[in-house]
Design a protein around this ligand. Structure first.
Ligand code: GDP
Ligand code: MG
Length: 324
């Protein structure tokens, strides 16, 4: 199933029911007083939060949603029924924007519930207009339209750590080797078309598609997915040891991150030098030294070396425990 991380919806709250004109029917009297009841209120629209990142797909082919209309008023001064509320479920981490008002709702906690749109008020029945100067009112009012707006719902994954790095850095391979994930691995650029998630002893790692120079300006795929790591506490900055100039590769990604969102560049970062199997120990020691000048937290790994994978797992779980 394709991972849907953005939907647009046009949503309308329920219209209020109309007020009505009715007369009391009393024995022996041809016309009694006014007795038309008010219309019921239209249904409101709420968003609620579920811990299920897949449920956004539910809205894939839906473009319009509306809450129920309020019932019209009735005889004997009876009010119309309130329209049923529309309660929409969204995954935890959804950011809902009302595109008409600009208001944003951040759904961060399971069970949260926010009011998105108010239903219209019910109209007034003729009973309402009774006055000493108006004993046989024929006036009534119609129900009001419910609020409506276009909404954009964006899913921002809440992962504990996000893997960033150039295409081919080995991010997907590492995610698969460290967790239960089955991210696609390929030697060509942009293997990853959707963010992959993996569970490392209770910590969620997110694999973000390759960043390239200019990704923060919308070139490349990275841009679309960078927002998924906005909320992670830690960035795992992967650099392949195929690169001889570690510092240059590092700086490319750092520039992208800060261009996209300055907050991203302030996150805790760990450098992971990947593909240690491709170089000899002496060169590895040299590269680690170079990396430590950029950032003191440096780890190294090869997916073909179980001991290095185990070491990385231990170190990462230790670090992530302190940030959770
Ligand atoms: P991503 O673009 O950063 O997700 O990188 P991938 O995980 O798709 O890996 C890119 C290429 O590097 C693939 O051909 C992998 O098989 C290869 N690769 C990944 N990790 C290692 C490693 O530890 N050693 C070696 N020799 N190759 C690796
Ligand atoms: Mg990948």
């Amino acid at each position: 199933m394709a991972f849907i991380d953005e939907v647009k919806l046009y949503i309308t709250a329920g219209r209020g029911g109309d007020g009505v004109v009715r007369w009391l029917h009393e024995k022996g009297k041809e016309y009694g007083g006014p007795s038309g009841g008010d219309g019921g209120k239209g249904g409101d629209v709420y968003a609620t939060v579920l811990r299920d990142i897949g449920i956004l797909t539910r809205y894939r082919s839906i473009k319009e949603l509306r809450a129920h209309r309020g019932g019209d008023g009735m005889k004997n001064k009876m009010h119309g029924k309130a329209g049923e509320d529309l309660i929409l479920e969204f995954p935890i981490g959804s950011l809902i924007s009302n595109l008409n008002t600009g208001k944003k709702y951040d759904l961060l906690k399971e069970g949260d519930r926010v009011l998105l749109l108010k239903g219209g008020a019910g109209g007034m029945g003729n009973e309402h207009f009774k006055a000493s100067t108006n004993i046989r009112p024929k006036q009534f009012t119609e129900g009001k339209e419910g609020e409506n707006a276009d909404f954009l719902v964006e899913l921002q994954l809440i992962a504990d750590a996000g893997l960033v790095g150039l295409p081919n850095a080995g991010k997907s391979s590492l995610l698969n080797a460290l967790t239960n994930a089955t991210a696609k691995v390929g030697s060509y650029q942009f293997t990853t078309l959707e963010p992959n998630l993996g569970d490392l002893y209770g910590f969620i790692l997110a694999d973000i598609p390759g960043l390239i120079e200019g990704a923060s300006e919308g070139r490349g795929l990275g841009h679309k997915f960078l927002k998924h790591i906005r909320r992670t506490s830690t960035l795992l900055h992967c650099i392949s040891l195929e690169n001889e100039d570690i510092s240059k590769v590092y700086q490319t990604i750092r520039d992208e991150l800060s261009k996209f969102d300055l907050e991203l560049s302030k996150k805790k970062e760990i450098i992971i030098l990947t593909k240690t199997d491709l170089i000899d120990e002496k060169t590895l020691a040299k590269r680690i030294d170079e990396a430590e000048k950029l950032n003191p937290s440096v780890l190294s790994v090869s997916i073909y070396d179980d001991a290095s994978l185990k070491n990385l797992t231990d170190e990462l779980t230790k670090i992530l425990k302190t940030t959770k």
